[in-house]
Design a protein around this ligand. Structure first.
Ligand SMILES: Nc1nc2c(ncn2[C@@H]2O[C@H](COP(=O)(O)OP(=O)(O)OP(=O)(O)O)[C@@H](O)[C@H]2O)c(=O)[nH]1
Length: 308
């Protein structure tokens, strides 16, 4: 109650409130570039949209032929490019509170003047905070789709990718294949060498699988010691070959645990997408093929054969 009385009797507060009202009205009516730029950027957390807004606003003041932005966020390289570059370039490494938020560059056929360079700096000073927020949002989104032990996509990422793959396969008629790889007798490895060694093997196996793939293929951690590989433009026979490559790559790796060398093998099940099936059915067929590989003695590949 005492505090409230002191606020009410204070002359500075009504004055400050009036000043706030006035600056809010001015801010709302402001047409200057920096206010408009900050307002537009604050409407979105999408990095790509923010960069599009920045390119538009900059182009209205400083003509350029191309703007490029590049930033490695978690394990992915985020690239934004608009226009075609000229020989002259000015490049800014964006840093805030000691952290890097990528590199932004402008390109043009004519040299940039000193005034233009100063203009870039003013505009960049305005965008750095919203850009930092958008980068953090991408980081959070990626973390939600990443398996923390292996760094590859998790089951949720895999499900999203499978849904996307089914609709692309339906639309374009190109074959897509799925491989499920399950490490063999993994419980024994944990029991004999401990979970730390088990975890290390899982991380190494993910690396080996990734190395066996093309850049357009993707690997996900599907379950505890199970991985899923999604192969675009790949039919049954080619997918079997990839599965065999994975199996051999995992089979040749080893991890040192004290005096012992720990090796592991993997069984693989392959299924090629069938028109009209949902992604759960597709996974179930790959799982059925994997089950047959396990039943056949493990360390082998089985394909859920489709009749053409
Ligand atoms: N170290 C470690 N182990 C895990 C993790 N997730 C699952 N596992 C273990 O993986 C083992 C899987 O065992 P099972 O399902 O019996 O399969 P398996 O021993 O590999 O036998 P097969 O698949 O039939 O060849 C279990 O002991 C789980 O505890 C993990 O993140 N780290």
């Amino acid at each position: 109650m005492k505090n409230l009385t002191s606020i009410q009797s204070s002359t500075s507060h009504p004055v400050r409130l009036a000043a706030l009202k006035q600056s809010f009205q001015e801010w709302g009516a402001a047409q200057d570039t920096l206010t408009r730029l900050s307002k537009r950027l604050s409407t979105t957390l999408c990095l790509e949209t923010q960069l599009g807004i920045l390119a538009e606003e900059v182009a209205a003041i400083i003509p350029f032929d191309a703007m490029n932005y590049r930033h490695r966020i978690a394990r992915r390289e985020f690239v934004f490019a608009t226009g075609v570059g000229g020989p002259h370039r000015c490049e800014y490494r964006l840093t805030l509170e000691g952290r890097q938020y990528g590199t932004l560059s402008f390109h043009r056929r004519q040299k940039f003047s000193e005034e233009e360079l100063a203009g870039f700096e003013m505009l960049i000073a305005t965008v750095i905070c919203p850009l930092r927020n958008a980068c953090r949002f991408v980081e959070i989104e990626q973390a939600a789709l990443t398996d923390s032990l292996t760094g590859i996509g998790n089951k949720r990422a895999m499900e999203e990718a499978l849904i996307g793959a089914s609709s692309l396969a339906e639309r374009h008629g190109a074959p897509w294949s799925l491989i499920l790889c399950d490490l063999d007798y993994f419980k024994q490895i944990n029991d004999n060498h401990g979970h730390v060694v088990g975890d290390h093997i899982l991380a190494r196996a993910a690396e080996q699988i990734e190395r066996s793939l093309r850049t357009s293929d993707n690997v996900y951690r599907f379950g505890g010691e199970e991985f899923a590989v999604l192969l675009p433009h790949t039919g049954e026979q080619a997918a079997r070959d990839v599965a065999e490559r994975i199996r051999l790559a995992v089979g040749t790796m080893h991890v040192d645990a004290g005096d012992e060398r720990v090796c592991v093998s993997t069984s693989c099940g392959v299924a090629t997408y069938l028109n009209g099936e949902d992604h759960e059915h597709w996974v179930a067929r790959a799982d059925e093929a994997l089950y047959r590989a396990k039943a056949h003695g493990r360390n082998c590949t089985r394909v859920f054969a489709t009749i053409a």
